[in-house]
Design a protein around this ligand. Sequence first.
Ligand code: HEM
Length: 427
Amino acid sequence: MTTQPTDPGKRTSITSAADIDLNDWDFWGRPDEEREHAFRLLRDLDKPAFFPEPEFSLGGITGPGYHALVRHADILEASRNPEVFCSGDGGATNIPDLPAEFAEYFGSMINMDDPRHARLRRIVSRAFTPKMIKQFESDVDAAASRIVDELLETGPGCDFVTEVAARLPLKIICDMMGIPEKDYRFVFDRSNIVLGATDPEYVSERADIAHALLTAGMELQQLVQDLAALRMETPTDDLTSSLVNANIDGERLTAQELGSFFILLVVAGNETTRNAISHGMRLLTVNPEQRRLWLEDFEGRAPRAIEEIVRLAAPVNYMRRKVTRDHEMNGNLYRKGEKVLLYYWAANRDERVFDDPLRFDIRRDPNPHVGFGGPGPHFCLGAHLARREITAMFRELLRRVPQIEAGEPERLLSSFINGIKHMTCEF
Ligand code: HEM
């Protein structure tokens, strides 16, 4: 979900933390180096900066504001303490609270606390264990190989994001759920709306954001509920069948739970992995010595290289928590009702934890990044799958098109997703 529409302001140069306004839309259009500089200034403050809540067009209640958690230590501690820093009560994927009508579509477990969260996570997590992921390893490999076949047919100059990076996660999630190939494009377009609604390419008028989000949510829900009706009558071995038919403990998802879980999967699993692959391609292009290293021993170096890509890409820029009671953490007071934003992108560049943090180093070890979230109940359910997909994609690319290079990325205008919309490639 994406939630920070304010009018573009005039760009001023950032010389101190006082110049930084994370609510200013213009800030998120700045180049990476300026963002890096700004977040370093924020990390060096004695305590997290506090920002008032932005004006928001979806119609939710406007709260007092949020603390920007940008240090690794703060993010770890807040993630570990969901009783104080909760994900429910208005949602974890947006700064202002979500209005009630959004819960129907966007109210899945990422926006819940235990015990409701634990129940849903228990039911769906069986599909995401390393053992289960291993079962469709060969599907992931075959899909990556086909994408590179088609890239070679299309030839250089094409859009790496739409022709390569976006296709693998989309296909895998749709296959897992049992969504047929003819509907891939439908799912792709709706997931772009849900996560890219603040970018004019996906939603033309800011005033239309609420309507566009709800329509996309409704359409995705309808798609999976129609499928669920078929699978209740005739189950197959797909995830939809196992979620709507009772498992051995007698647990199953209701139609509404299935709908919002599917929306969560397509938005959480698509854009994130797509952006990790695109950022990875760009990182390998601007760091040719790292590409050479990886080519020397692809399999041996892949596990650390993937973590390093996710660290620097940090496709999910932040998640939100709401403070449930007055609480002191690392010397700072957080008051009931305030919010905290866990800026993973910034924590992954924290010089207190990472040596030379801006350096892309595929052998980095240890690498305790928080790109998949901090330690706690909401740690990314799809992390194994994402690692598997990113590895398969780069294995195929580096084996068959080892000289492939990415052009300048065209960034998504979003404070929530560190996205690349388009990026040409040459080989
Ligand atoms: C590089 C790729 C990915 C990144 C960077 C990423 C990042 C994240 C982050 C930061 C969270 C934490 C949310 C929080 O603490 O509030 C999360 C949760 C989640 N992710 Fe991922 N993710 C990725 C891929 C995937 C994939 C492939 C799937 C599934 C197909 C997936 C499904 C989920 C789900 C369902 C949750 C919610 C878990 C819960 O609330 O218990 N993610 N992800």
